[in-house]
Design a protein around this ligand. Structure first.
Ligand SMILES: [Zn+2]
Length: 346
């Protein structure tokens, strides 16, 4: 099969489009999926550069997100059959610990994620546990079905499971344009929240307004904490999605109303920001950190996407042989929404 692999860590030019042996079933609980589409995540860039500290055997296929058709199943597989169109739940655990036994593999000490410790989705075929395959919601295309799992699962856990977002609440999303930011915008709007977004780009703020954002703040020219206070009659926001960290962190805390919730799944601008703890206890704030989510979260998300007709925002689609160009677009933060890879030969 064709696949995009790295043989050594480094820049996007280390990605090699080449012929690779097709994966083979190694257990009766596994399946092989013929991928139609994959999608990029920031973690792919860090894995490509070898920045995660994880032991990855090289050469390696990156990619945590994918969608396609089941073409082979192990003898114990009951939940899918050959020909099923599926999207993929990225993490899998040891199968035996307290977390794995309750469908929360993402918390397992030995968690393996597609494209990290498992061979990923920048390929024509991928092997994975059958229980990580789920029916594609509503009438999403393969491109859309590959675009949503990792970021929407992460955002669902942050906004719904952890922050318990309610209709009518005020949500602030920092750095709109990223996969996480656009997923948060879409889910929060579908849930009836009032959504304020920030960006350093007026163009991205305009796009966000077209996708339903109620208010946009250019964070290079305005103090978003102050502006949100003014917008909400000094009350502040109920939920802030801050996957930026760095200097934004203190402002995110200052943006929150009493009983506000701060959710984070990343810290692209810095991992050691100052925190005024008085703000946290005086204002009864809750801070939730998370990455990915449980199979239960994923099932709830799939149902919600079908019922609410949520279609993920696809920024652009690249053929498999051009993954390096796709990586550069993500690295330069030019995207609005998800960058998708067409993995199947056309
Ligand atoms: Zn486990």
């Amino acid at each position: 099969m064709k696949a995009m692999r790295i043989h050594e860590y480094g820049e996007a030019d280390k990605l090699r489009y080449e012929d690779v042996d097709e994966p083979r079933l190694a257990s009766p609980q596994e399946v092989i999926v013929a991928l139609k589409s994959a999608a990029l995540n920031h973690i792919d860039l860090w894995n490509r550069q070898g920045l995660t500290g994880m032991d990855i055997t090289l050469p390696h296929i990156l990619g945590a997100d994918g969608a396609g058709v089941v073409v082979e199943i192990g003898e114990d597989v009951k939940n899918v059959k050959v020909g099923d169109k599926v999207c993929l739940y990225p993490p899998t655990g040891c199968g035996a610990c307290e977390f794995c036994l309750t469908d929360r593999d993402f918390l397992c000490l030995h968690v393996r994620v597609l494209g990290e410790r498992l061979q990923g989705t920048y390929a024509e075929y991928v092997k994975l546990p059958a229980k990580n395959c789920f029916p594609i919601p509503a009438d999403l295309s393969f491109e859309e079905a590959a675009a949503f799992p990792l970021v929407f699962l992460t955002v669902w856990r942050m906004l719904v499971t952890n922050a318990e977002l309610k209709p009518g609440e005020h949500v602030v999303i920092l750095g709109i344009g990223s996969g996480i930011g656009t997923a948060a915008l879409q889910l929060a709007k579908h849930m009836g929240a009032h959504v304020v977004v920030t960006s350093t780009s007026d163009q991205k703020l305009e796009l966000a307004r077209n996708w339903g954002a109620d208010h946009g703040i250019n964070s290079t020219t305005s103090d978003f904490a102050k502006e949100v206070r003014e917008l909400t009659g000094k009350r502040g926001a109920d939920v802030v999605v801050d996957c930026v960290g760095g200097d934004s962190w203190g402002m995110s805390l200052a943006t929150l109303a009493k009983n506000g919730r701060l959710v984070t799944c990343g810290a692209t601008a810095g991992t050691n920001p100052q925190t005024d703890l008085r703000r946290v206890f005086w204002n009864h704030l809750k801070i939730f950190g998370s990455t990915l989510g449980s199979r239960g979260d994923f099932r709830q998300l799939l149902t919600f996407m079908s019922v609410a007709r949520v279609r993920p925002i696809v920024d652009d689609v690249f053929p498999l042989k051009d993954v390096a160009a796709a990586h550069r677009r993500l690295e330069q933060r030019k995207q609005f929404g998800k960058i998708v890879i067409q993995t199947a030969a056309v």
